[in-house]
Design a protein around this ligand. Structure first.
Ligand code: ATR
Length: 284
């Protein structure tokens, strides 16, 4: 039967990455689809290094509607787009693709996912706050503009390689109060919120941090997540953080924003975060 009459055929989406086997995106989008009554199919596609352009083309040609892009392809995807959202343009990376009139539209939902988790799920107003962002790689870059949009008193980027933090801060200097430095320069400074966007937690490490880094009632957020607290979150608990939060909520929020871009409907994230947390605990 021709596709024309195939009314029940689900719209196809996928996440492309390498490795992609452990991606939570298929589970997340299946939960969103069930919750909102959307007829979609979402798969995980492992892409070889150098194979992203071909893989995106093949997916679009087979009537795919949109994609998530994950490590290590977010920068390459950015270069392949016909059109970019403002936030993707600034982030220099694309994690969401929408096929529109045979063109690739690229967005980046990571930064807004982080801000929504902090601001809405953890009910923290960022306006007027002293915020420290650790790291100056792709994850940190994606967070800068969405954080500055909340009008913090100051956003400091600190990185193991100081020049990368300074360059990143200079790039975003027109958007708000922002500066960059190395980790030793943090001595004597205090922050209301410290966000870890380094890859250190991935390898069980922790950037060297002064013991008195947190202001009164200060708290910590790690973009990484896992069944166990990351080394950074353990540090937070030992250094007086009022709260230490991992990146599971950010993961769900960025996915919800992709879903909204594709389907124009916003899923309820709280229930999904709770489910994923249970999954994580069951895995340990
Ligand atoms: P991502 O896309 O996850 O941000 P990335 O672009 O490779 O990955 O950036 C990794 C970030 O984590 C960098 O800021 C890196 O610091 P350098 O610029 O000095 O390399 C930081 N990072 C990685 N491992 C670290 C560690 N053990 N301690 C402190 N910072 C670390």
């Amino acid at each position: 039967m021709s596709d024309l009459f195939d009314f029940d055929k689900p719209d196809r989406y996928a996440v492309m990455g390498n490795p992609v086997r452990h991606s939570k995106s298929p589970r997340l989008h299946a939960l969103f689809a069930a919750q909102t009554g959307q007829n979609i199919e979402y798969s995980a596609i492992q892409v070889d290094p150098g194979g992203l352009e071909q893989a995106i083309g093949n997916f679009q040609a087979s009537d795919g509607k949109g994609l998530n892009i994950t490590v290590p392809f977010k920068r390459i995807a950015w270069e392949l787009m016909d059109e970019l959202s403002d936030r993707a343009c600034l982030a220099g990376a694309v994690n969401t693709v929408l096929f529109r009139n045979n063109r690739y539209f690229g967005d980046n939902t990571d930064g807004i996912g982080l801000v929504r988790d902090i601001r809405d799920n953890h009910q923290t107003r960022l306006g007027g706050k002293e915020i420290l962002l650790l790291g100056a790689g792709g994850a940190a870059r994606g967070a800068v503009e969405p954080l500055l949009t909340e009008n913090p008193a100051q956003l400091v980027i600190a990185n193991r390689t100081p020049d990368k933090a300074k360059t990143l801060a200079r790039e975003f200097g027109k958007l708000g109060e922002i500066s960059g430095c190395g980790l030793p320069a943090l001595a004597g400074q205090q922050f209301d919120l410290v966000i870890n966007a380094t890859a250190a937690s991935l390898v069980g490490e922790l950037p060297p941090l002064p013991a008195d880094l947190l202001a009164e009632r200060g708290w910590c957020y790690d973009m990484m997540y896992g069944a166990e607290p990351t080394p950074f979150l353990r540090w937070a608990e030992q250094h007086g953080a009022t709260k230490s939060v991992d990146g599971l909520g950010m993961l769900v929020e960025q996915a919800a924003e992709s879903f909204y871009l594709w389907r124009s409907i916003r899923p309820d994230t709280a229930a999904v975060i709770e489910l994923l947390r249970k999954d994580l605990c069951n895995d340990c």
